[in-house]
Design a protein around this ligand. Sequence first.
Ligand SMILES: Nc1ncnc2c1ncn2[C@@H]1O[C@H](COP(=O)(O)OP(=O)(O)O)[C@@H](O)[C@H]1O
Ligand SMILES: [Mg+2]
Length: 463
Amino acid sequence: VRLTRLLETSTFRLTLAHLGLFVGSALALLALVYFASVRFMERQTIETIEVEMAALLDRYAERGLPGLRAAVARRAQDARDLASVYLLLGPGGQQLAGSFAVLDGPLPEPGAFGRAMVEEWTEDGRRSERPFLVLRRDLMLGGTLVVGRDIAEKLHIQRLLLTAIGLGGGLMAVLGLVGGIGMSRWMLGRLDRVNRATREIMAGDLGRRIEERGSGDEFDELARNLNAMLERIERLVAGMRQVSDNVAHDLRTPLHRIRSRLEVALMGRPDEAQTRELLEQTLRDADALIATFNALLKIARIEAEAPQGEWERVDLAALASEVFELYEPLAADRQIALRLEAPAPAEIRGNRQLIAQALANIVDNAIKYTPEGGAVAIRAGDGAAPRLEVLDSGPGIPPELRQHALERFVRLDPDRSTPGNGLGLSLVDAVARLHEAELELADNSPGLRVTMRFRNAAAHAGS
Ligand SMILES: Nc1ncnc2c1ncn2[C@@H]1O[C@H](COP(=O)(O)OP(=O)(O)O)[C@@H](O)[C@H]1O
Ligand SMILES: [Mg+2]
């Protein structure tokens, strides 16, 4: 992953913003700690100096300049370690007592604190300078008293603190930056895999899938969802391809038949009866073609329909009884015992006309594929779920072909002489999908049992 690309990623920018905020607030906190401790240390020094000064000024008030001079001399003697310094100047500016000779730089204003460098001689004769905080007071009858305290160590601590804060902040920034780059690179790497897979899929490899790592994180979830989507798209595309293949195939046959009949009519010299026969056959084929187109259009329209578009309350029992009446004559023709079992109302919300059409298609199949003398039952019930059921005593459909039978133009035995276009169950499937109903083809041993389980009317009430 190239660095420039990395810098453009949102992860990296987010990390950077986060880092800035974090380092900024950490620095603010450390600065607060720094200034608080500096102030604390300064206060300590100032208080010590003020106590010292007050004691000496007391002595001055009691014993005058000579007494003060003795006291200063004694203290200067005691303060061998040079932690404190004292200086007493006479009215003329001459040094009367004190532990240091020269104050580097001017003295502070009377009554004020100031910094001063004091020179120090070590025992082996080397000279060094130490910083002091000093307080100057002018005496009432002339003269100046200076008291100071070593602040070298405190300054040192302050410098150490500053260095530590600087180093810590810098380290934090560097670590954060490295971490941010690492994180972005990792994210980018995973996203790149997704992007690469998508590009390959767009380039035409519809079977390609995005790698899942099994870690269950959000990238895996993304991959899983994309894969599920691809699965569905692939199935739809395959379905569509099959449909168009089938359309072409199924429509070509009757069109060819029509064409060759017309040719025969033109070439030969058919008498009136033959002409009539030819025209009737052609008309039948044309009708079948139109019916197929209508069924296809209808299914497409159902699939495009917004759920709950024209929905109303539908009583499945009443609907079953209507379809029953519609098919009674046909069943009687084929000597099939058609029964209705719809003892109680079963209400759902749905498109009444479409559900009636679907049930009619199922009943039509049952009567069509059940041999003469068989039995067909139409049931409407309201148990765990409102449902429609059609049972027959025919040959049934083998389990492995049941899903296949729902596809468009699929006729399990295409050579069979029964009329049909293989679209009946496709429409049933589309209607079931529209209603979020469960469509089940099962064994009635012998025969087929087709069940549509709907959702309760109440389940739709809120939506
Ligand atoms: N009740 C049934 N018993 C046996 N086979 C059936 C039954 N219903 C449907 N089938 C099979 O499923 C296929 C698809 O049905 P359908 O979509 O209605 O098409 P069509 O009835 O036009 O052939 C049928 O061709 C038939 O082979
Ligand atoms: Mg059918």
